[in-house]
Design a protein. Structure first.
Length: 338
């Protein structure tokens, strides 16, 4: 068990460089009943060569943020403000050709439902070849097939069987591993994982996360894992970003975040997580309901559910403050470390 001082001292070394920088990002959905702001003036730096967990309740904006990074926000949603910098280039200002190159070649994504991402009328081999040639022309078809076999072995699948299979001939876990291999076909710098094990049994989930950890260990690929399962983040991630109401309320090193969470929402999320060894009576649901993102905002977004809420919280939006190296919190109760 670490003391808070020991963790702060351990985190005061050189900054981990950021591969992606999101600044003042807003994503709005223009609905018949009004405008829903799914991402609200969000700032976020993604540490390079690390696994970062993006956690929060359903509706907190996790999927919208990852979609915005790829500029694939679905209608009627629009990115209305901000910048997303990758290697000093603003993704939001890329031309169609540049954006096509950015997707898959620089950043790839593994979506929730693999069965919706695979073409049911093509074999897996045909889809690997089509995906590669849509972005690069430097390999022959047989070389792409050989690369596909290597990537399938990496996710513990049998290439001889899988490459000639159609999607309906594989289980859900197999298809999700195929999608991980697809995401690696152009060797991108960043892998976005949006609830990659949704609808899979817990044994298959654990198996897939072990595969992802192995890939990260061998390649040092930057990963952003979006999930509502905080236990998965504790096992797999180096950093954790907590999202609520369209903004990130706390982010830091995984050990410090679990040992000494600062934001009330982070504390409640950890307290609500089920445990096989702890006292179940100590696990309680977070009271209240998530905010209505179509209503005008004033003060702290978490004020109506916060057990420590004061009048200041309802009137003034808290600024993000640094409590230790790489650990930032948006809460009036937290004092900045000079």
């Amino acid at each position: 068990m670490f003391t808070q001082e020991e963790l702060i001292e351990a985190n005061t070394g050189e900054d981990i460089p950021s591969i992606l920088k999101v600044k003042d990002l807003c994503v709005d959905f223009f609905l018949p009943g009004g405008v829903l702001r799914a991402v609200n003036h969000l700032d976020f730096n993604l540490p390079a060569k690390r696994i970062t967990g993006l956690v929060g309740e359903s509706g907190s904006g996790k999927t919208t943020l990852t979609s915005a990074i790829l500029r694939t926000v679905s209608n009627p949603g629009k990115i209305t403000q901000g910048s997303i910098l990758f290697e000093d280039k603003d993704i939001l200002k890329l031309t169609d050709k540049e954006l096509r190159e950015f997707r898959w070649r620089d950043t790839a994504m593994v979506f929730q439902a693999a069965q919706n991402c695979l073409n049911p009328s093509m074999t897996i081999k045909e889809q690997f070849i089509e995906t590669y040639l849509a972005h690069k022309k430097d390999l022959r078809v047989d070389e792409i097939a050989a690369l596909s076999s290597k990537l399938l072995k990496e996710v513990r699948l049998e290439p001889e069987r899988v490459l000639k299979s159609f999607p309906h001939e594989m289980s859900g876990g197999m298809k999700q591993r195929v999608m991980i291999a697809f995401a690696r076909i152009l060797n991108p710098s960043i892998l976005l994982l949006d609830e990659p094990t949704t609808a899979l049994d817990v044994i298959t989930q654990d198996y897939i996360f072990n595969i992802l950890l192995g890939i990260h260990e061998s390649t040092k690929m930057t990963m952003l894992l979006s999930t509502h399962d905080i236990a998965v983040v504790a096992k797999t991630c180096d950093y954790m970003a907590v999202m609520y109401g369209g903004t990130i309320v706390e982010m830091g090193d995984i050990y410090e975040m679990f040992e000494f969470p600062e934001h009330p929402y982070t504390k409640l999320l950890i307290q609500a997580a089920p445990s096989l060894t702890g006292d179940l009576k100590a696990r309680t649901a977070i009271p209240g309901n998530p905010p209505n993102l179509m209503e005008a905002r004033k003060g702290c977004i978490f004020a109506n559910r916060c057990p420590y809420c004061e009048e200041k919280c309802r009137q003034i939006e808290p600024e993000a403050v640094t409590v230790s190296q790489g650990h930032t919190v948006s809460c009036h109760r937290v004092k900045k470390v000079e």
